[in-house]
Each structure stands twice: as C-alpha cells, then as structure tokens.
Design a protein around this ligand. Structure first.
Ligand SMILES: Cc1ncc(COP(=O)(O)O)c(C=O)c1O
Length: 368
C-alpha cells in the first residue's frame, strides 16, 4: 500500500461516481440489462472495489478479458455471472467450469470444444456465442456463421447465454458501419436458435434503442470516459490525479528544460518539478503537451516527460500556491481523462489502463 506522505501523486477514485454512471446507463437502456465490463483491472481503477460497488448497485453480469481475471473476480463476487471475452483456449474448459465462468465462444472450434466438454460431463454449461459483424478480430466469421446456421445441432448440449457481437465505430454516431453491423447482427440472430442478444458497448448505448438488445456491455462510460467524443460528456468524472510538487525554480532566458532540451523559455519563467513520469503511466507523448492545474490556473507541461518527473510552467501561478509538497491536478476537473487522452494523442481508455502502481490510491464513496 503506497502512503499519502511517501508517494509522488495521489490518485482518487470516486466509487460513488462509478455507481452513478452505471445507474444512468441502465436507466438509458429502458429495461434491457446493463452489464459491467471490468477487464484490465476495471480499466485501471481496481477490479475488486469497482466490481463490489457495481454489484451493490444491482449489476449481475460482468465481462472480463482473460480467464485469470475471471478467476480473480469470482473470489470477489461469488454469485455474479462472469463472462470471459477472450474465450476458450485449449485445456482451459475445466477451469471455466470449476469457477463457474461463462466462456465467450469465438469460433466453431471453440463451440465444438465446449460441446464435447459439456457432453463428457453430461451437463449443459452456459456459454456466449460471439459472431463477428465487422471487427474481424474475435467471433465467428461469416462463413462459420453460415455453417452454424445450417447445422444448429452443433450447439446441442450447450446452454447458450447470449449471442453477442461488437461494434467497430459506435463512438462515431453517424458512421455507416453502425447500422450495417446492426442489420448483419439481426440477420444472424434470425438464423440461429433463439437466444438473448448482446451488442452495445458504452457508445453503442447512445446509438438508440435499436442497439440495446437484451444486454449492454459498457466499460469506459462507467469510468467517466466520454462515450460521445466531440460532444459534452454526459458521464460524471471518476478520477483525479494530483501530482506532488518537488521543487520550484526560476529560470532565466536562454534556458531549456529536460532531456533533449525540447523546450526553450523565451523569457524569465518559473518551473515546478512534479514526481510523476512515464514509469507511472504518465505517457511520454504528453511531453510539451497538455497541462496541469493549480486551482483554476493552467500550468502547461514543458519539456519531456521523464521516468519519474515532469516539469510544468507555473509562471502564472501565485508563489504562495505553488510550493514543494503542494499538489497539482494532472487529471482533474479542468483536465478530465478525455482531454489528457487528446493531449497525449491517444484515448481515455489508454490513459486509464496505464495508470501506474506507484500512486497512492484513495477510494471515495465506497468500501474501497
Ligand atoms: C467485446 C467488448 N464489449 C464491450 C467492451 C466495452 O467497451 P467500452 O469500454 O467502449 O464501453 C469492450 C471493450 O473493449 C469489448 O471488447
């Protein structure tokens, strides 16, 4: 456990905001079920505390990527439905059954393996059938869907939980792929044995009721990322990252700062050095890009992000508000996770899942 006093930055995770975000997505679904996607340590925010708060809010179905994540989640939530997106690797069926995990079957080969496993145990175990409608990543490709539709007996002895698919462009509401995938999905559902269906991720929920089906699988919006890039974020912000100021110094022109001397001051200025770097997942692409905030005052990042340190131009911050031991918002009310993602030339997902292990983590609004 990293202590408040000894760390380079404090990461605050607001579990009440996570709960409120999930509830608002569920309301938007008008009766369809709302799952929680908690893979990658709940997008970097801590799988156990996040899963507990979602479960308390009424979430009954969870998605993880890896079997190992599923096994760890089972120890937290003994009764939840836990679905494993990355599917069934050879030799893992016994572990799925032992931990009551639902594999997402991503190919005919996966389906055949699970059917044989169920037959050997003489038990119809639950599994999802993932059909690919446009990602070409995981899921039965169209030619395997044809084979399955012509021979649905291949599902005999399996208890299908959901037929699911995944949207490629849901964050671009008017992208033609969205309706193309929806239509493909509906055509596939009509050809397969009747089962509940799951389609929408966070952004997909906002595409309208036609995309909701029986179960939605939001991740990023639960964690405060904007499901509608380019429009105001309807979700509550969940995290705040406050770096600690280690040193403040005045510089005179002509002076550069940091590795590679990539920033040169045009005149006298003041720099704050903060104890956060790329070893904390504070991406190096934030070099000379993005800002911290002290109160409402912006302090641009100047120079390169190094392993344990960044430097910010605090010339416009009053001296009494900027001293060693003080804090500066690196992610906060004025620079939310999507803005930091833009500044780093990436997306909120990568900012969250990169959040490092050296931060002191404080959970608000829940057991933590
Ligand atoms: C298959 C699947 N469903 C749902 C999600 C959740 O997506 P989002 O975080 O965009 O809501 C993901 C995330 O990558 C996914 O891979």
């Amino acid at each position: 456990m990293v202590s408040q006093e000894h760390c380079g930055a404090v990461l605050t995770i607001d579990l009440a905001a996570i709960r409120a975000n999930w509830q608002s997505l569920r309301t938007r679904l008008n009766g369809a079920e709302c799952a929680g996607v908690v893979k990658a340590d709940a997008y970097g925010l801590g799988m156990a505390p996040v899963a507990r708060v979602l479960s308390d809010a009424g979430c009954r179905t969870f998605f993880v990527a890896h079997l190992d994540e599923g096994i760890r989640l089972r120890a937290v939530l003994p009764d939840a439905g836990i679905h494993v997106l990355n599917g069934l690797l050879p030799g893992t069926a016994t572990d799925f059954a032992a931990h009551r995990l639902v594999p997402v079957l991503n190919s005919l080969g996966n389906i055949d393996d699970w059917r044989r496993f169920c037959a050997d145990r003489d038990e119809a175990l639950a599994a999802d059938i993932h059909v690919d409608t446009g990602m070409a990543r995981l899921g039965l490709p169209p030619y395997e869907v044809d084979i399955l539709a012509d021979d649905p007996g291949r599902l005999d002895g399996i208890a299908p939980a959901y037929v699911m698919s995944h949207l490629a462009c849901a964050d671009v509401p008017d992208h033609p792929m969205n309706h193309e995938q929806e239509e493909r999905f509906r055509r596939i559902l009509a050809r397969l044995p009747r089962t509940r269906a799951s389609f929408a991720n966070s952004s997909g929920i906002f595409l309208g009721a036609g995309f909701h089906f029986d179960l939605a699988r939001p991740g990023i919006a639960v964690y405060g990322g904007n499901p509608l890039p380019g429009s105001p974020n309807p979700m509550a912000q969940v995290i705040r990252l406050q770096g600690k100021i280690l040193q403040v110094r005045d510089v005179d022109t002509p002076q550069t700062v940091g590795y590679g001397a990539t920033h040169r001051f045009a005149g006298p200025a003041r720099i704050a050095t903060v104890g956060v770097g790329y070893a904390d997942g504070f991406l190096r692409s934030l070099s000379n890009s993005g800002s911290g905030f002290i109160g409402d005052i912006e302090a641009p990042i100047v120079g390169r992000v190094s392993m344990d340190l960044i430097t910010l131009d605090v010339t416009s911050v009053p001296e009494d508000q900027c001293a060693p031991g003080g804090r500066i918002d690196l992610i906060g009310p004025h620079n939310p996770v999507d803005a930091v993602g833009d500044a780093a030339a990436t997306i909120s997902y990568e900012i969250l899942t990169s959040l490092g292990t050296r931060y002191c983590r404080e959970y608000l609004g829940g057991a933590g």
